[in-house]
Write a protein that binds this ligand. Structure first.
Ligand SMILES: Cc1cc2nc3c(=O)[nH]c(=O)nc-3n(C[C@H](O)[C@H](O)[C@H](O)COP(=O)(O)O)c2cc1C
Length: 190
């Protein structure tokens, strides 16, 4: 079981980072291999240069560069991001936009082929200042739904707040990370 964790917060003491750390620690305890990309401060946006059409992957040389090969055999991608101005922060949009490079449209749009296997889960951990966790849920769901165009299976977003940084809640996240892996193992065995 392989999980890629992409951390998009730019803040020291980030809430989303701490929660993703605990989820992935739990996943490792259950035997998953985790690749971590702590890149919120350095990720570049898609330039629309179309060099990916020939190259077969995004050519931008930033800390996301190893991700495209890493993604091929991953079972799940977890994105940790902040809510800025009522939406997912810009760095998370840059991350999502860069997946454009993985659509091969050289045989026309109708014959579009995604350059990695379908069926990977995409999970989002979204930190917000708003204490009502339902308030922006549809915004987060919409963000994750866009990944479905690239063969990902969006999971229900996890909404978090600074008040979740208690020992008890963090231990709960570790348990949740372990449970994900157990559940993924079961679904691949059946
Ligand atoms: C520029 C900016 C805009 C923000 N806008 C919102 C907002 O519209 N709604 C909200 O609930 N929280 C908002 N916040 C609060 C952050 O979502 C909150 O601090 C969250 O914990 C940040 O995620 P992180 O801790 O993982 O960096 C904003 C914070 C910043 C810096």
């Amino acid at each position: 079981m392989k999980i890629i964790a992409v951390y998009l917060s730019t803040r020291k003491g980030s809430v989303s980072e701490k929660i993703v750390d605990e989820l992935t620690r739990g996943a490792e305890e259950a035997g998953a291999v985790v690749s971590r990309y702590k890149i919120g401060d350095s990720i570049l946006g898609c330039r629309g240069c179309a060099a990916c059409v020939k190259a077969g992957k995004c050519v931008i040389q930033d800390p996301l560069a190893p991700y495209w090969d890493d993604l091929q055999d991953a079972d799940m991608v977890i994105v940790g991001a902040a809510n800025f101005m009522g939406n997912v922060q810009g760095q998370a949009w840059s991350f999502m936009n860069r997946h454009f490079s993985m659509a091969d449209t050289s045989r026309g749009r109708e014959n579009r082929v995604i350059r990695f296997p379908a069926g990977k889960r995409i999970m989002g951990v979204f930190a917000q200042g708003q204490p009502d966790k339902g308030f922006y849920r549809e915004v987060y769901r919409n963000y994750l739904r866009i990944f479905a165009n690239y063969g990902f299976i969006p999971q229900e977003p996890m909404v978090v707040h600074a008040t979740d940084l208690t020992e008890e809640r963090l231990a709960g996240c570790r348990a949740e990370g372990r449970a994900w892996v157990e559940q993924m193992k079961e679904s691949t065995e059946n």
